[in-house]
Design a protein around this ligand. Structure first.
Ligand code: FAD
Length: 278
């Protein structure tokens, strides 16, 4: 289907983009377009204008500082996949297909907040922060509170995500395990794990899950279950079971709720074992 008639605006700078979005309350920011354009074609949304933010240099950077990585909102999945950011680069490399990775951006993905998107599982375990600029200034939010619900980021009209920051986790091992129906698809379930060990004892453990709830979640109970303990098959099984117990999947074309809950357990085990091998 063809999209409806829309205006197309290329702002010269971020302030101009914010101003335009503020004064046209059904206008939408356009990043990679890989969620927005399909929604336009299906006529799920009918904005009056698209404000193209991909040409704004102030949104396109990827810096490693001493204690954190800073990613401008229009950095693409492909660029992240090549940046050797522990965990996040692995997640980016598993998003969609090459075309999606070349066009789609991290700012667009977290502003869309599809419940099966890959980044949220990792951004939760990495304690990511989101910088937002809008008509009333700038604010910094924890990703966990920015992610209010499915398709519901903490954004008001005129606000633009400008940066995602991620602390460095020295000495941690990591893995992202994604189960997909076919290559290039969204996750049936995706599990991100960060683990710090001392010999065979677990010092710290973080687990984030996407695809099997209305939004990505961490399991505090599972994380506490394994901290300070020696790793063995029994504890890994218990942790994975707890992570699955906290899922709340729905049955759809990607599988039944029961299948997805079982898959959550399997993918959690795989993520822990894969991380421990690194
Ligand atoms: P756009 O489509 O341009 O925008 C999406 C929404 O965010 C719009 O509402 C827009 O106004 C808003 N927006 C964009 N940038 C900003 C900003 N900086 N501040 C505020 N609002 C903003 N995703 C996955 O996670 N895993 C997958 O496996 C996967 N597979 C896919 C397969 C296909 C075939 C397609 C088409 C998409 C797939 N996606 C997948 C989604 C893809 O990652 C999208 O690129 C992403 O969700 C949206 O990013 P975008 O840059 O394309 O944003």
């Amino acid at each position: 289907m063809y999209p409806p008639k829309i205006g197309y605006v290329i702002p010269d700078n971020l302030s101009e983009a914010i101003n335009f979005l503020k004064t046209h309350d059904d206008a939408k920011a356009l990043a990679g377009g890989h969620s927005l354009i399909p929604m336009l074609k299906l006529r799920i949304i009918r904005p009056s204008y698209l404000v193209d933010i991909t040409k704004l240099k102030e949104l396109h950077y990827l810096n490693k500082e001493e204690k954190e990585y800073k990613l401008g909102a229009t950095i693409t999945h492909y660029e992240i996949s090549k940046a050797q950011i522990p965990l996040l680069s692995e997640v980016a490399s598993k998003i969609g297909d090459p075309q999606v990775r070349n066009m789609g951006t991290i700012g667009g993905s977290i502003s869309q907040l599809d419940p099966s998107a890959d980044y949220p599982a990792a951004l939760l375990v990495l304690d990511a922060k989101v910088k937002i600029k809008g008509p009333s200034g700038e604010r910094l939010e924890e990703f966990s509170s920015f992610d209010k619900d499915m398709f519901t980021p903490d954004l008001s009209q005129g606000e633009i995500v400008t940066e995602i920051s991620i602390p460095v986790f020295p000495g941690y091992k990591y893995s992202y395990q994604k189960l997909e129906r076919k290559a290039g698809d969204f996750a049936i379930v995706g599990v991100a794990v960060l683990i710090k060990t001392n010999g065979d004892e677990v010092e710290d453990f973080r687990v984030g899950v996407t695809g099997v709830n209305n939004k990505a979640y961490r399991s505090q109970i599972a994380e506490d279950m394994i901290k300070g303990k020696k790793i063995n098959d029994e504890i890994i099984d218990k942790v994975a079971q707890e992570v699955a117990n906290e899922s709340n999947p729905t049955s759809d074309i990607r599988g039944s709720a029961e299948y997805k809950r079982k898959a959550t357990k399997v993918m959690t085990k795989r993520a822990i074992l894969d991380a421990l091998k690194r």
